[in-house]
Design a binder for this molecule. Sequence first.
Ligand SMILES: Cc1cc2nc3c(=O)[nH]c(=O)nc-3n(C[C@H](O)[C@H](O)[C@H](O)COP(=O)(O)O)c2cc1C
Length: 179
Amino acid sequence: MAAPLVLYKSKYGTTRTYAEALGRALSCPALSVDNARPQDISLADTVIIGGSIRASGLGFARFVKANAQALRGKRLVFFAVGASPVPGAGDDTLAQIRKRGLGKLFPEAPLFYCRGDWDMEGMTFLDRTLCGLLIKSLQKKDIKELAPWQKALRDAGTKKTSWYDEKYLAPILAAARAG
Ligand SMILES: Cc1cc2nc3c(=O)[nH]c(=O)nc-3n(C[C@H](O)[C@H](O)[C@H](O)COP(=O)(O)O)c2cc1C
């Protein structure tokens, strides 16, 4: 792994914090996708890309689509950061996130999950309103009908909670160093 690079798309900082920890572990830069230049990608042989989950969509989706040509041929490792619990066996949450975030792009590249934060107070007015409406609607539903991520957000409610834990980075580092 001659030249790794970590890229991230983060709105509230948790994905950035994970990306910076990966950058320290791999002794390489961790850049926001908004600041990455084409030469940053072309010089790297391994690119780790992280993004936060918003309404089941992935923050880096647009970047990956726009830069698919430049990313082809690199060792790619993706990670998603969300407030919901780590998807368990038989839970297709990650497969759905992959479908929405990557579509048919890079099916061979692994996608890992890191649990992030939930802080409605720290959100923009629009995000707080959206999340407040979502939680209210989830509270009205039969709990048996809820997907695991819906259950977790319903339980988190307006309580500020951090699940940040660098233990989630171990499989990402292993995949980046493999081969
Ligand atoms: C508008 C909005 C929608 C969200 N939707 C989801 C979701 O569908 N699933 C999930 O697990 N987390 C969801 N989250 C939680 C974020 O993914 C979580 O807070 C993450 O830590 C944010 O990462 P960031 O700090 O890098 O932006 C949502 C957060 C916001 C603000």
